[in-house]
Write a protein that binds this ligand. Structure first.
Ligand code: AMP
Length: 115
């Protein structure tokens, strides 16, 4: 049986809608459906990498690119005052969608530590 597509793979393939804020050959960025801050964007690779625990040396450039896009999006969303990036990994890390994603949060003061 074919492996089930994740919700993010379905967003990449335009099978379900999302508020897309950036797209290029390597990645897609869209607004989180359940925002935890005024700005809450998810940046994902088009390559179906399950999590940060699964990256290989081959992905080094891709991971750097994702963070360049995060920086650009932070600038576009006027987050000069600061922002937070989060990558949840695996069950204990709080990851709910098994497709690597970087959360970009900003637009309010964020407390620390997380739960
Ligand atoms: P994580 O818990 O780190 O795996 O984050 C998954 C994130 O995906 C959560 O913040 C969800 O709100 C978000 N999410 C789930 N489904 C969608 C969707 N269809 N469109 C946008 N964001 C989504």
């Amino acid at each position: 049986m074919a492996e089930q597509k994740t919700i993010f793979a379905r967003i990449i393939d335009r099978e379900i809608p999302a508020e897309i804020v950036h797209e290029d050959d390597l990645c897609l960025a869209f607004n989180d459906v359940n925002p935890q801050a005024p700005v809450h964007v998810l940046v994902i690779p088009k390559k179906p990498i399950v999590s940060l625990a699964e990256i290989t040396a081959e992905d080094t450039e891709l991971i750097g690119h994702l963070f360049q896009v995060v920086r650009q999006l932070a600038e576009q969303h006027n987050l000069q005052g600061g922002f937070r990036t989060i990558i949840n990994t695996g069950d204990e890390g709080g990851q709910t969608v098994p497709h690597l994603h970087i959360h970009l949060l900003g637009g309010r003061s964020l407390s620390w530590p997380p739960g």
